[in-house]
Design a protein around this ligand. Structure first.
Ligand code: HEM
Length: 463
């Protein structure tokens, strides 16, 4: 069948429905309802046409049919930074531009070098105690900043960002950045500020009209300066790791990468991890804490599981594998509220989707938020039931409907680290506090992660 426009919808749809970019979740739900399982979005100002897929079976077929170098449509602003503005740095060594905003053979060569180290067994588990120390520091910090009602302050999400940055600094740079007590002018503070600026700018640059393509807007200049800072701080830490590699035999992810693939690969891998590994994890944790704070019965079940495993001693590597309910709670949050609401591919070959011939080069977006919340794929989808991940014969679901970390060769490179960080912080928070929520329910919005919109004021009662 020749390719044809399945449904034609233009940007006016967003306005007609009274929606803004922040409410793309609602737009996608409406599109599914109104137009079916395969919808073409066209006429987006400054953006290519896109095909939205709401069918888990079709998602599975596209993923399983991928070739050796799947192409994920990337952030155009980062693409421009790596391949135009700073092409001297990222293009200087062969296959050394990283994985984010990089495609084809160059992506495959870089990914192979980093995957071997980052996804190896034990790569994440070796950080259990150190990541646990960061979680303890976070808990001390929230104890201090609770208000007179024992509630977390309005800028709680910012505190969770600090925790996430501190944890990733440890994993990617072997460094305690000191995010909870940072001092003006220090290198750590420069990195923290740069990462914050990057996040503030990236959503605006990617989700709104891309004027920066025509001229360097003030926001674009700030964005580039932030990326330059992240890169230069990262490089300086890699030099230190290189030195320490020679001095001692203890190994870390950074040192393993330096040894296996060289300092340039290690620095660029760390940069990529900083770009996509902080906001994702912090929003997932904030969302999980918020959801748990509304469900005392889930917390009690979790608390029982955690105390049963720990028996009063500190957490050590391997403990989380005995906490299936903890893992299930996080999976359930990411099913209902995936921080990345839709993943995508630019097709590298002509592909039949929902019976249509879709040509190579088309951008397809897998609508995991919509599929994850659909009764078609999860029984009683609107109910928060971690048990569905434990008892698969009672709760049937399609394995490709909820894929919070993506799938296949291009799957999240930091998944093991993200899971380690999330399991540890949630485990320690539930062990330390009973969490309650006494305010109006928060709606979620795309910002650019899918996250509760508004102050997350959780009452923390010491256990
Ligand atoms: C809850 C936390 C996180 C979520 C939900 C998440 C989700 C994702 C998703 C959906 C993708 C795209 C996968 C695909 O195209 O199939 C991705 C890619 C990636 N993620 Fe994560 N991520 C998280 C945390 C992290 C962390 C902590 C790191 C770094 C330590 C990280 C590093 C990466 C990298 C480097 C890629 C690009 C992989 C490539 O293109 O080859 N992520 N992530």
């Amino acid at each position: 069948m020749p390719y044809k426009i399945i449904r034609y919808i233009c940007l006016k749809y967003l306005h007609k429905g009274g929606y803004s970019v922040e409410h793309v979740d609602q737009v996608c739900l409406s599109l599914r309802k109104e137009y079916g399982k395969c919808v073409k979005m066209a006429g987006l100002l400054g953006r290519p046409d896109m095909l939205f897929i709401f069918d888990a079976g079709e998602v599975e077929r596209v993923f399983r049919g991928e070739d050796g170098a799947p192409h994920r449509p990337s952030m155009p602003s980062l693409n421009y930074y790596k391949h135009t503005l700073r092409k001297n740095f990222f293009g200087e060594e062969k296959d050394c531009a990283g994985v984010i905003a990089v495609h084809g053979d160059s992506w495959a060569a870089f990914r192979t070098k980093v995957s071997r180290v980052a996804l190896s067994t034990g790569a994440a588990a070796q950080y259990t105690e150190q990541v646990g120390d960061v979680a303890d520091a976070f808990i001390n910090r929230v104890r201090e900043i609770r208000n007179s009602k024992s509630e977390t302050p309005d800028d709680f999400l910012n505190e969770v960002h600090k925790w996430s940055l501190e944890s990733l600094g440890l994993i990617a740079l072997d460094t305690r950045l000191g995010c909870f007590e940072s001092c003006e002018g220090s290198e750590s503070q420069r990195l923290i500020d740069a990462v914050n600026t990057f996040f503030l700018c990236v959503g605006e640059l990617e989700l709104r009209t891309p004027w920066w393509r025509i001229y360097p807007t003030a926001m674009f200049k700030k964005y580039v300066a932030a990326l330059d800072t992240i890169l230069s701080v990262t490089l300086s830490h890699v030099e230190r790791a290189l030195q320490e590699c020679k001095d001692n035999s203890s190994k870390s992810l950074l040192q393993d990468l330096v040894t296996a693939a060289g300092p340039r690969v290690a620095a660029v891998a760390a940069l990529d991890m900083f770009l996509v590994g902080i906001d994702t994890t912090s929003n997932a944790v904030a969302s999980t804490l918020y959801q748990l704070s509304k469900r005392p019965e889930v917390q009690e079940k979790l608390y029982k599981e955690i105390t049963g495993v720990l028996q009063g001693r500190p957490l050590k590597a391997g403990d989380v594998s005995q906490m299936p309910y903890l893992k299930a709670c996080i999976k359930e949050v990411l099913r209902m509220y995936p921080v990345v609401i839709g993943n995508g591919r630019q097709l590298t070959k002509d592909t039949v989707i929902c019976g249509y011939n879709i040509p190579k080069g088309t951008q397809v977006i897998f609508q995991h938020y919509v599929m994850g919340n659909s009764d078609e794929y999860f029984s009683n989808a609107s109910e928060f039931r971690p048990e569905r991940w434990l008892n698969r014969s009672t709760y049937k679901h399609h394995p490709f409907a909820s894929l919070p970390f993506g799938f296949g060769k291009r799957m999240c490179l930091g998944r093991r680290f993200a899971e380690l960080e999330m399991h540890i912080i949630i485990c320690k928070m539930v062990n330390a506090f009973r969490m309650e929520y006494h305010h109006e329910p928060l709606e979620y919005h795309v910002h650019p992660m899918y996250t509760p919109n508004g102050p997350i004021r959780i009452k923390l009662i010491d256990r």
